[in-house]
Design a protein around this ligand. Structure first.
Ligand code: S5P
Length: 268
């Protein structure tokens, strides 16, 4: 069972380069923290990434919310990824037919496939979305996460929809490395998907727009997930970045996430 194994011991269960690199990074940095940098200016974005870089295995981006996005932002993000040893996950949530998503992934202003190691997709269009993204991403060694579940109240990614999403992933193991999900799905003992989980915050149960939060321990220990995705719990809300506070929170979530993982491994 993947949840009982150390991250580093799971590298061999994956053929996808992005999945292998993520697991190695987690082991090396002793971090299962992904910070979601949802700020709207390039300066704030780079300040947060520089501040949290030492504590994360992964930085999650929504580049389409950055008002002054440009190619230099990608250049600087890539340099920070090398300097601080983390991977990049553009949370694009692709959701269209295969042909359209292949254009959106490769081109446009953002050229996501050229710099983002991991991206994600909804499965509502059917398996053609995976094929369209794989055509672009696989030759570059990229990995895809499918949204099997969501954190927000009233979402429709439940039951048969989640089950069919998992079946689609099983049919595309070369490119689909895991899920955005709230718990580890059950499956054969030798099956190893990466489970990345948003909706994580200490000291808040949710926001005013449907987000629902659990603690790192609930996510990693109770639900067997691999990576905690934390946005406002680390960055705060708004654009004014207090670097010391952001670093303090990143260290706190890194420590909480890692000790929940240690506890999980020890209990198996
Ligand atoms: O179900 C989901 C899936 C995702 S990727 N729920 C989410 O909240 N997310 C993303 O995680 C969301 O788009 C946001 O970037 C982040 C959560 O941010 P926070 O500030 O609520 O921690």
């Amino acid at each position: 069972m993947a949840s009982s194994k150390a991250y580093g011991d799971r590298v061999a269960s994956h053929s996808n380069r992005a999945a292998q690199d993520l697991l190695r990074t987690m082991e090396r940095k002793q971090s299962n923290l992904c910070v979601s940098v949802d700020v709207t200016s390039k300066a704030a974005f780079l300040a947060v990434v520089e501040a949290v870089g030492p504590f994360v295995c992964l930085i999650k981006t929504h580049v389409d919310v950055i008002a002054d996005f440009d190619a230099d932002l990608v250049e600087q993000l890539t340099q920070l990824a090398a300097k601080h040893d983390f991977l990049i996950f553009e949370d694009r949530k692709f959701a269209d037919i295969g042909n359209t998503v292949s254009l959106q992934y490769a081109g446009g202003i953002y050229k996501i496939a050229s710099w983002s190691h991991i991206t994600n997709a909804h499965t509502v269009p059917g398996p053609g979305i995976i094929a369209g993204l794989a055509k672009v991403g696989l030759p570059l060694g990229r990995g895809l996460l499918l949204l099997a579940e969501m954190s927000s109240a009233g979402n429709l990614a439940t039951g048969a929809y989640s089950d069919q999403t998992i079946a689609m992933a099983r049919a595309h193991r070369d490119f689909v490395v895991g899920f955005i999900a709230m718990q580890r799905p059950s499956g054969p003992a030798d099956e190893d998907f990466l489970i990345l989980t948003p909706g994580v915050q200490l000291g808040s149960k949710g926001d005013a727009l449907g987000q629902q939060y659990r603690t790192p321990r609930e996510v990693v220990f109770d639900s067997g997930c691999d990576v905690i995705i934390v946005g406002r719990g680390v960055t705060g809300s708004g654009e004014s970045i207090n670097v010391e506070e952001v670093q303090h929170q990143a260290r706190r979530y890194r420590d909480e996430g890692w000790s929940a993982y240690r506890e999980r491994i020890a209990s198996n």
